[in-house]
Write a protein that binds this ligand. Structure first.
Ligand code: ZN
Ligand code: ZN
Length: 228
């Protein structure tokens, strides 16, 4: 049931390389309106990758297994039989996107705040509806981050060797800038170098000893004197 296009109708046709050609019906014939790029030019996009071997990353140049290249979902949706993949491997892409986030930190933050202001009602509604799920996710992610930090410090209590109820203890209480919160940031990693792992019991014991031997006490008074 092909409808015969009336005179003057405009249609878009795929040109075979993902682009569109605009055509208009004139005197019973389809005439191209926007001049498509000359053949040499639209081959240029592919020639950019001509030097690459199959499964070679365009950034690091390494040849990796196919799964190491992220899928292009929007192209795979158009053509579900074929899996399209990026020309850059997952690790290179991670570095690239992290760099983008760092470079555009302020702009992205501003945009996020803007969107929050605009959508505040629906965001709060969704939060109220999924409170349990959100809390559970936050709890799991907190544990993941804490485990990463714990692994960085050896994973067990330095005094008794247990792996339960571990806490971050500052080796020298005087050098403490802040309590370790489970945030994976440069600031935390720097502070973490001043710490060792202790279980709750040993931590309490050490703090008590520090206090009795005067280290902690002198620290507190020293800080107070510094502040004036
Ligand atoms: Zn790579
Ligand atoms: Zn212990």
């Amino acid at each position: 049931m092909n409808r015969v296009a009336p005179e003057g109708e405009i249609r878009f046709v795929k040109n075979g390389s993902g682009g569109l050609i605009k055509r208009i019906k004139q005197n019973g014939k389809w005439v191209v309106i926007s001049n498509p790029k000359p053949r040499e030019e639209w081959l240029g996009g592919m020639q950019k990758y001509a030097h690459l071997k199959p499964n070679q990353c365009i950034i690091c140049g390494e040849i990796k297994p196919e799964e190491e290249f992220p899928k292009l979902t929007y192209r795979s949706k158009k053509d579900p039989d074929k899996i399209y993949r990026r020309k850059e491997c997952k690790s290179c892409r991670k570095v690239k996107s992290q760099k983008y986030i760092n470079d555009n930190h302020e702009r992205l933050g501003e945009r996020r705040r803007e969107l929050y202001e605009i959508n505040i009602e629906s965001i709060q509604k969704r939060r109220d509806e999924n409170r349990d799920e959100i809390n559970e996710k936050a709890r799991i992610s907190h544990h993941k981050r804490k485990n990463i930090l714990i692994e960085m410090l050896g994973g067990k209590c330095v005094d008794c060797g247990t792996t339960e109820k571990l806490q971050f203890d500052h080796i020298n209480p005087l050098e403490k800038s802040f309590n370790i919160k489970c945030v994976l940031s440069e600031r935390t990693f720097k502070e973490l170098k001043k710490c060792e792992l202790r279980c709750a019991n040993c931590h309490l014991e050490k703090t008590k000893n520090d206090y009795l031997s005067g280290v902690l006490y002198s620290g507190i008074t020293k800080n107070r004197l510094d502040r004036g």
